[in-house]
Design a protein. Structure first.
Length: 60
């Protein structure tokens, strides 16, 4: 494969063939408990806002 095959410059060709996504793939993935604890606070806030909005509109 050559840079001319892709109609790109040599730098773009080099960046295309290097694999920057492997750095992302090799990072440690969070555990289920860490992922759930990160989502717990926003979910609780969303529920409280929904309940507060329902009370405000007197639909509870």
């Amino acid at each position: 494969m050559r840079a001319a095959d892709l109609n790109a410059g040599a730098l773009a060709y080099q960046r295309l063939l290097t694999k920057p996504w492997t750095v992302l793939a090799l990072t440690a993935q969070p555990s289920w408990s860490a992922a759930l604890s990160a989502l717990a606070a926003p979910a609780l806030v969303a529920l409280l806002l929904a309940f507060g909005g329902a009370l405000l509109l007197e639909r509870v």
